[in-house]
Design a binder for this molecule. Structure first.
Ligand code: ADP
Ligand code: MG
Ligand code: ZN
Length: 513
């Protein structure tokens, strides 16, 4: 097994793309969030004590028989339907035989030539507003393997380790593997297409509620196949398969790196080795794993211990009726109902705030206000704390209702914008609801019209030159007067009302309200 981490030769991306057309293939594993494993009643909780969620079935003890998890099959069908796949009216599981200690049965229960769903597609939106259609070859059911931990070596890999530990809690957790057809024609956008596809897939399985799809915890994992062919060629080149890439950003970087590496190999007259590769997040490179030929012999055969699956047309249609709105279309619908620009919507999506803003608007806030309060100070603080807005807000106890209440205090005329910022700071510091903070800090616009008029008179009298300019039609000069009146009112004035009063007093314009 190759273990070197020496960086291989690459050539710049732009040069690689000038000579070669990249072809991509993505295999995404999604761990379903069923309460129990695919073929036994063991719990599936993440992070439990090693080997505490095991039984004779998932440990492959002699005589143990699997029982199919119905919920797992339903989730598989719903994923297939959401990807526009055909659902097989009849299919089977197959044994994929291999001998690694992470699979105590010595085979993985999977599907081979009879996947539960096949031939779908997913349209992904790219930054430039265009759409790329990813053709889906199949989405099949299988079970996850256990986790091996190699101890004693420098790299955490088996090479150099003194011993290994295995945790079978994960063995038998239902997985759906979604395999694309070879993706051609993306050109220089190939890294972006790969990332956008995985992001769109993640959004769909989350919207379906079938998986938490957390790449950081391994409940969604991506194998990235890349090959290059000379421009204009009609046969695909040899692919590499970079395993278990575990973030969206890494998917994009891994594709890019492999394009640069393949191009260097081909340009120097060499040939690409068909192999699996490891992605290194820290250095941004891949290294050689094991050589893998298409003829790898897993001696697949139909699983004799499980009956075939034959979902009725009624079942499939009833599951189709449960499909959520496509997340990308939903985002577009929300954008237009909220009146956000493309840029504003993209920021909101990137900050993970779509649901939060929906809740805030439902609680009575304006879409513009919801965006402003969530993406301003909260985002700044979340960033400083090294986390995202939603978990940060939850950790300090700030809710959609707080934002709606704050907006209400502004629109009812109790707070001006500057005071609202103060109140928001207090809410974020855990001092209570917006009303409680405003009360505690004594924040309230001066409502006493006598006090406002008094301040206006005083400031006009003290600034006769400016007053004359305003009288002569230089309305913008009123700004200086407004500022001084606000100071007189200790910042607790309603700037718009003050402005109207000054103009009414000096130019005879009708005062608003
Ligand atoms: P394996 O089990 O060997 O990983 P699969 O058929 O499950 O093979 O998946 C291979 C993936 O690679 C699919 O997404 C497929 O579309 C893609 N693929 C196949 N040939 C090429 C190629 N020459 N270049 C890039 N991707 C490819
Ligand atoms: Mg595969
Ligand atoms: Zn079990």
């Amino acid at each position: 097994m190759a273990t070197t981490t020496t960086t291989e030769v690459t050539i710049p991306f732009v040069e690689a793309l000038a000579a070669y057309e990249p072809v991509l293939g993505l295999e995404v594993h999604v761990e379903l969030n069923t309460a129990t494993k695919m073929f036994c009643g063991c719990a599936t909780e993440f992070g439990a004590e090693p080997n505490s969620q095991v039984c004779p079935v998932c440990l492959g003890l002699p005589g143990a028989l699997p029982v199919l998890n119905e919920k797992g099959v339903e989730s598989a069908i719903r994923i297939g339907l959401a990807l526009g796949c055909e659902i097989a009216p009849w299919c089977r599981f197959a044994r994929k035989n291999y001998f690694y200690p992470d699979m105590p049965k010595n085979f993985q229960t999977s599907q081979y030539d009879e996947p539960i769903s096949h031939d779908g597609h997913l349209d992904v939106e790219l930054e430039d507003g265009s759409t790329y259609r990813v053709e889906i070859e199949r989405a099949h059911m299988e079970e996850d393997t256990g986790k091996s931990l190699h101890i004693g070596g420098a790299t955490g890999r088996i090479h150099g380790a003194t011993h290994s530990l295995v945790d079978y809690n994960r063995a038998g957790i239902p997985l759906i593997e979604i395999v694309t057809k070879p993706m051609v024609g993306a050109g220089e956008r190939a890294p972006e297409v790969a990332r956008a596809y995985v992001a769109a897939l993640r959004d769909i399985v989350k919207a379906l509620g079938v998986s938490d799809a957390r790449m950081d915890q391994g409940s969604m994992r991506c194998d990235v196949n890349v090959s290059l062919m000379p421009k204009g060629a009609d046969r695909f080149g040899t692919r590499s398969e970079t395993k278990n890439v575990n973030s969206l950003r890494s998917v994009e970087r891994a594709v890019r790196y492999e394009i640069e590496r393949h191009a260097a190999v081909l340009a120097s007259g060499g040939s690409v080795v068909q192999e699996t590769r490891h992605w290194h997040e820290d250095t941004g490179v891949t290294t050689s794993g094991r050589v893998k030929s298409d003829a790898d012999d897993y001696r697949y055969f139909p699983e004799p211990d499980l009956v075939p699956i034959a979902p009725s047309a009624e079942l499939v249609e009833s599951l189709r009726a449960t499909l959520p709105e496509n997340p990308a279309l939903r985002r577009r619908r929300l954008q237009s109902s909220w009146g956000y620009s493309d840029l504003e919507m993209r920021d909101v999506v990137n900050a993970g705030l779509v649901e939060t803003i929906g809740e805030t608007v439902a609680a009575g806030a304006s879409p513009a206000g919801a965006r402003k309060w969530w993406s301003g100070e909260v985002a700044r603080r979340a960033n400083a704390a090294g986390t995202d807005v939603v978990p940060y807000a939850a950790s300090v106890g700030v809710t959609a209702a707080h934002v709606a209440e704050l907006e209400g205090l502004i629109s009812s005329g109790r707070l001006n914008d500057r005071m609202a910022r103060d109140v928001w700071d207090g809410v974020l510091a855990g001092e209570g609801t917006p009303t409680q903070v405003a009360d505690a800090r004594g924040l309230r616009l001066v409502e006493d019209s006598g006090a406002i008029e008094g301040a206006v008179e005083k400031v006009i009298a003290a600034n006769p030159d400016i007053a004359t300019k305003v009288r002569d039609g230089k309305v913008q000069a009123a700004g200086a007067l407004i500022g001084q009146v606000m100071k007189e009112l200790k910042g607790q004035g309603d700037a718009a009302a003050v402005r109207a009063l000054i103009l009414a007093r000096l130019t005879g314009a009708p005062s608003a309200e």
